[in-house]
Unconditional design. Structure first.
Length: 262
């Protein structure tokens, strides 16, 4: 497990560095806040959340994957699929679970109060992808543990998925510029920075859209997709207040419903 943590850390540092350089060289949007202060807060939260996980979680998803494998628990351990097929299936299923989790965190008032910490960032860049409330991190880990046990996901598949999740979260929160034609092609498959920036708009209908982290198909399939922010990427205002009134919470809950009947 130590080797797996080193591999994940390597991907995290490499992705953070590459996206930071990309944002610096060709930024998509002019930032409005002090970047050093934001980075200190956001990256400091990573360290705090890591400590919380190590102290409060008796097991993590990778540990559960080893346990399920040893005791032949879960669907995949019964089906004995080829490794590449299992990894592919696990990544798709877990990405869908993360989409649903994200949607629920927007629709359930007390979960939304936790998730607002992520949306309270007044700019969006690579470090925003790491900014989450400690309780949200813990709840998310329990969800992944439950899925790992039920499906019998292998340790290798869990490692691959967590790398994909971390890398995609930093990529699609980045403030780097993608040529519009390339963005149009990529977002048919994965969530791009322009697609996810809509989700961080202060306009409520936009806040409650584009819930995907890696694959963009879920937003299209469940009618939660918005192509562009109403005010455009240069004028869109990022970030929402950390606290809100009961009336605002009810409005957020209503607007977070899928778009099919609007």
């Amino acid at each position: 497990m130590q080797d797996a943590e080193l591999i994940r850390l390597g991907f995290f540092i490499t992705t953070l560095a590459l996206c930071a350089v990309w944002e610096w060289k060709i930024p998509r949007k002019v930032l409005t806040q002090n970047k050093a202060y934001r980075w200190l807060n956001n990256l400091g939260l990573i360290g705090f959340n890591s400590i919380c996980l190590s102290l409060l979680m008796p097991i993590v998803a990778l540990g559960m994957a080893h346990y399920a494998e040893q005791h032949q628990l879960g669907l995949f351990n019964q089906w004995q699929l080829p490794a590449i097929v299992e990894i592919f299936a696990a990544v798709i299923i877990l990405d869908f679970v993360i989409y649903l989790q994200h949607l629920v965190f927007h629709r359930v008032p007390w979960l939304w109060r936790l998730h607002r910490m992520h949306h309270a960032d007044q700019d969006i860049d690579v470090t925003t992808g790491t900014r989450f409330h400690p309780l949200e991190i813990l709840l998310s880990m329990w969800i992944k543990i439950a899925c790992t046990l039920m499906l019998g996901i292998s340790p290798l598949a869990i490692i691959v998925f967590e790398i994909v999740l971390n890398v995609s979260a930093m990529f699609n929160h980045s403030n780097g510029y993608l040529p519009l034609k390339l963005d149009k092609i990529l977002r048919k498959i994965i969530v791009t920075p322009d697609m996810h920036r809509v989700h961080h708009s202060v306009i409520r209908q936009e806040t409650h859209s584009n819930f995907g982290f890696f694959l963009s198909i879920w937003d299209r399939l469940f009618h939660t997709y918005r192509a562009q922010p109403k005010l455009g990427h240069q004028q869109v205002k990022i970030g929402i207040p950390l606290f809100q009134s009961a009336k605002e919470q009810r409005l957020d809950s209503m607007l977070s419903q899928p778009f099919r009947n609007r």
